[in-house]
Structures are given as structure tokens and as C-alpha cells.
Write a new protein. Sequence first.
Length: 219
Amino acid sequence: MSITPDSVKELLQSEDFGQRLSAVNQIRQLEDPAAAFELANAATSDRSARVRYAAVSQLSSLGQQNREAALVTLRRCLLEDSEPDVQAAAADSIGALKMTAAFDDLKHLYESTSEWLVQFSIIAALGELGDPRSFELLQSALNSDIELVKTAAIGSLGELGDDRAVPLLAPFATNSDWQIRYRVVQALSRINNSQARELLQTLANDSVESVAQEAKQNL
């Protein structure tokens, strides 16, 4: 049996959770991206968090079909959904779609939520957005008690490419965790100034080969 918008829509209306989740997965196989968007967008209001999560995640690509409608949906899921996983997926999709109009929403939620996964996804999304307004929030995230949030902030500051990030990143160049040092190298490679290059030269002599090699490749 072929998968069509009508067959997916029928499954999305099923009382069976498994069928609805299967329907969202089948959306990926539809040839009409506009129809796929409409179905995924509708599924973001499903009563099952797993179905909503799967649908919101698909908006990261399908949202290009109708950015205005996608923005409305993603803002709702970001700020109003009861499940942190769904909120995090909304932040991911906002970042992927570079929806800078949602910056204030991301900032508000980051400062008001205690969910580490949501904070992490927001900080990572800010790097993808590339909005200069993100700098102060990313600076604050470097002081997070959550290591993954801190690491995401390092990466996002690199993506932002703001020269002011270099002195903030410098202390992490000697962090005991080599994975953090590696992330610092990646961030510094995106910032084109003499201070960033000096730090890269130092990291090119790192005791961990993968860190040193990454620094050398970016000099």
C-alpha cells in the first residue's frame, strides 16, 4: 500500500498511539513537501508527547514550506508545551530554520526554565541563529552549572564569530577536559583575529593529539 497524504491523515486521526506515531514517521516519505508540512504541523498538537516531539522535529526542514505558520507553531510548542523534550525540539527547529524572530522567546524560556535539556537546546540554537543579540546570553551560559550547556555555549559563541568571545573562551583552553578544549579550538577557528590565532597556536601543542591536530588544521 502506497503512502499518500490521505493515508497519513487517516492514521493521524487514529485512537491508537502507535498508528499516529507511525503516521508522523511516514510523513518523511511523502513526495509533496507542502502536504507533508501541513500534516506535521497538525501533529504538533497531538495528545501524545512522543507524537508531538516527532512532528516538531520534522518542522526543522519542512518549516521552509510555510515559515510564518511554522513560526507560530514552534513558538507555541516552545513556550506552552508541557513536555521538555517537545520544547527542546522546538528550539532545535527554530535554530535550524534560523528564525531570529523567536529570539526573545528563546531568551525568556532559557531564563525561566530549570530543565537542562531545554537550556541546552536553546543555547545550541542561538549559535545557528547567528543573531548578535545572543552574545550576552551565551556569555551567561558559560557560567552554567550544567557542563553540556557550558559546552554548547562555547560552540555557539564560535558560530556567532564575535571578537569579544575570545577572552571569554581563553580560560577554557586549559580546561582539564580535552573535549572542552577541542570545542574551544572549533570555536576559535571561526573567529578571525590575532588573539584567536595565538590561542590556536598554543592549542596546537596540546597533549591530546586530536585537540592539537584540530588546532593545526585551523591555523
